[in-house]
Design a protein around this ligand. Structure first.
Ligand code: ATR
Length: 265
């Protein structure tokens, strides 16, 4: 029987998850299909029930439902529990289990960079869906300090009630850093981030969660100032890799073909 997987979110049009998972089904000879489903909050319960009924075999969850799915699950992994963020759902022993593979995605992407984050000062821009996972991963890497700035300050404060050591900076203010992470959606549509990074010198890491476009203005600016830059493509691939492993018990290939597959959409 053909197995069925979905990524749910809203909006969902631009998700590249189907492309990646369907490619991996082919290379691993797995009889399954992966689609995207634009979802409203009131449909979550029904969709998750379909996993229990084995009509759906697994689901990836993206913005804005990573927290909203939690009440419908029977079990959470430790990482999902601690971040209150679920991006992968699987049925195990008839229990709906929520996992968080964004953490491993970010960790593996950073490892791949050969930029040691231990004892480093991190400045995060944004407080959206993926930020709890990034903070969790950074704490595991023993960074010395995490400073966060978000246009809507309340969201940064909510994160601080979850991760007590966070420091909050007003949106528009700037601080010295070793690593700066853009976790806002600014750059998806060619927007710039209106902050002056030039006074902090170079040899920092500029990391953008965005991978399409491959180089945001934020990264271009960072590079121009002589910093190392990286987009979110590997993080995206590695979170999918980890979800694939959970569902199918095998590690899918990450090769040039995979990188090519996600080039432009
Ligand atoms: P969500 O907020 O639903 O989780 P997201 O895409 O994960 O969605 O997050 C979008 C992030 O980009 C948020 O941090 C958002 O700031 P707000 O919390 O103030 O909305 C940020 N963002 C989006 N547009 C922005 C803008 N024009 N200026 C500054 N920050 C912006």
């Amino acid at each position: 029987m053909m197995k069925q997987y979905f990524v749910i979110g809203n909006p969902i049009d631009h998700s590249l998850s189907p492309k990646l998972h369907n490619y991996w089904f082919k290379t691993n000879n797995i009889k399954a299909v992966y689609d995207k489903k634009q979802t409203n909050e009131e449909d979550l319960k029904l969709i998750l029930h379909e996993i229990k009924e084995k009509k759906i075999n697994g689901i990836n969850v993206t913005v804005p439902f990573k927290k909203a799915v939690i009440p419908f699950l029977d079990k959470l992994s430790n990482e999902a529990e601690q971040t209150q963020s679920v991006n992968t759902i699987i049925l195990k022993n008839n229990n709906l289990e929520g996992h968080n593979t964004d953490i491993s995605g970010f960790t593996k992407a950073i490892k791949n960079l050969n930029f040691n984050l231990e004892s480093k000062k991190i400045f995060i821009l944004g407080a959206g869906g993926v930020v709890p996972s990034i903070i969790f991963a950074l704490n595991k890497m023993n960074v010395s300090q995490i400073i966060i700035s978000n246009r809507t300050k309340k969201k940064a404060e909510d994160l601080k009630s979850q991760f007590h050591s966070l420091e909050i900076l007003d949106w528009g203010d700037i601080t010295d850093f070793d690593v700066i992470i853009n976790a806002t959606s600014l750059g998806l549509n060619k927007e710039s981030i209106n902050l002056d990074f030039s006074k902090f010198g170079n040899n920092k890491l500029f990391y953008d969660v965005i991978y399409n476009p491959i180089e945001t203005n934020f990264l271009r600016e960072g590079k121009k100032l002589g910093n190392k830059t990286e987009n979110g493509k590997l993080m995206f691939i590695y979170q999918a890799f980890e979800a694939f492993k959970l569902w199918h018990g095998v590690e899918p290939p990450i090769n040039s073909e995979v990188l090519e597959l996600l080039k432009n959409d």
